[in-house]
Design a protein around this ligand. Sequence first.
Ligand SMILES: [Zn+2]
Ligand SMILES: [Zn+2]
Length: 447
Amino acid sequence: MIRTSSLTRTARRTVAGALAAILTGSAAAADPAADRAAGIRREAARIESQVIAWRRDIHQHPELSNREFRTARLVADHLESLGMEVRREIAHTGVVGVLRGGRPGATVALRADMDALPVTEAVDVPFASVERATYLGREVGVMHACGHDAHTAILLGVADVLASLSESLPGTILFVFQPAEERPPPGEKGGAELMLAEGVFDDPAPDAVFALHAVPQQRAGEVAYRAGGVMASSDTLAITVRGRQTHAAYPWDGVDPIAAAARIVTAIESIPARQVDVRIPGVVSIGSIHGGVRHNIIPEEVELLGTIRSLGPDHRTALHRHVREVAEGIARSTGAEADVRIELGYPVTVNDPALTARMLPTLERVAGPENVIEGIARTGGEDFSFFAERVPGLYLWLGVRPRDVEREAAAPNHSPRFFVDESALVLGVRLMAGLASDYLALESTSD
Ligand SMILES: [Zn+2]
Ligand SMILES: [Zn+2]
């Protein structure tokens, strides 16, 4: 279905292009896509050193979630200097710029996250962070250990590139710079969910949304993608098992919540392997278990804390239902009672399959087919998922590992040694600019 319609569209474009060439007698008119791609390549090369300078500046001045004041000002000032309509202070420090193309058309959103982490930098570069901040009452180092400095600098570069080509763009581009992807501090709201609640996708409302994330699993020059669930939902699980306290030498006089809790742990951890579709990855883990004070007293209750991860929205719901049923059923069978609470975290990040298939040619043209890799889904969470729940989304992994570093030797995201090979940044600019421009062009030629 998708394949047929995109082939038809391609065929229609080819015919239209050929007709235009005959009418104007010009070879260039036959391929406006190639013209746009050349323009993006040229403009991205022009801005590359500035993107690296922005990234270093932001890297040297990292700010924790919901505290991205300096970064937001830098972003908003630049977008304004490009003549865009700019909204500041969305979801605390979020910034949105609207770029209107020379012709009407669809609207596409591009997203970058701006926050850093409470990590003390251990990378030896001249622009290393020496920033410190108070986090949960403790003094901590602050570092862009997840590469959001690179995402912000790349999207600033994309804004520059597309602003200079805006006359030829059929539609509108929304530049979304979001705070608090790494979660707001306890007690605060923030991030993508709050931006949406404050109307970031209301006017203009995007038809699709794109984002990328720096990863050391791929080398600089590569980009990885995957259709469907790519980052897991991350929900918090709390179970209170209530029994009846008694002497441990006479367990039949009470109800033992420890024995019930032990059975619950093994049973719920095996749910992903037996009770839901095993072809979709999922994890139920208990990370904390507390109950009792003494060897010969069976306590009144036991508290279990854990996490539920899933790579499919329906699968996620099924996991929640089974965890509830199994925990409550086991507790009941022993005479105890289980109170199950599941607190929803980030949803599953889903790459829309049709959008992914439609944009794959753009990735291959921009990065070269040999550098486009079908990646593996991850069980970490990502709050881009909220945007991609609202409109079809595509989330890419941009390789930032230096070419001479083995994959096993590269520090992961959130490590104090996380390192970005800056030669990757210009590819990020070309990819995001290419996706936006190709998406708008495809929409303007489709019925
Ligand atoms: Zn992170
Ligand atoms: Zn991140």
